[in-house]
Ligand binder design. Structure first.
Ligand code: AMP
Ligand code: ZN
Length: 114
């Protein structure tokens, strides 16, 4: 997808503060962090939102969740806890139409969100 900012990060056209990468996913720190730890995890395959997920993406989704868990351990937020956020569409607060999972931690997070 030519105009997608996250696809441009994947291709290297836009730099990022990389946290983790393999052949299927990329994790990088959010440019506007809302918590001491705030990184994003994206699939390398362009998908607009979870609405585009298909049954065959099941293992990709598992991989993302598993890696989030591993990275959270590496970053030392595992014991106190953290939050995974996936925004969908306008009312959900999604601003980048390439599926991404926010991972926030390092402070006590409030609930409910605004
Ligand atoms: P959302 O509002 O759920 O679509 O989240 C998009 C997130 O992407 C926001 O938290 C932005 O701060 C973040 N973001 C946008 N551009 C970049 C970038 N170039 N590098 C890192 N994070 C970005
Ligand atoms: Zn994209």
């Amino acid at each position: 997808m030519n105009n997608c900012i996250f696809c441009k990060i994947i291709s290297g056209d836009i730099p990022c503060d990389k946290v983790y990468e393999d052949d299927k996913i990329l994790a990088f720190n959010d440019i506007n962090p809302e918590a001491p730890v705030h990184f994003l995890v994206i699939p390398k395959k362009h998908m607009g939102s979870i609405k585009d997920l298909k049954e065959e993406d099941c293992s990709l989704l598992y991989h993302i969740i598993k890696k989030i868990s591993d990275i959270a351990k590496d970053k030392g937020i595992d014991e106190k806890g953290y939050r995974i956020v996936n925004n969908i569409g306008n009312d959900g607060g999604q601003t980048v139409p390439h599926i991404h999972f926010h991972v926030l931690g390092g402070r006590e997070l409030q609930w409910p969100p605004g």
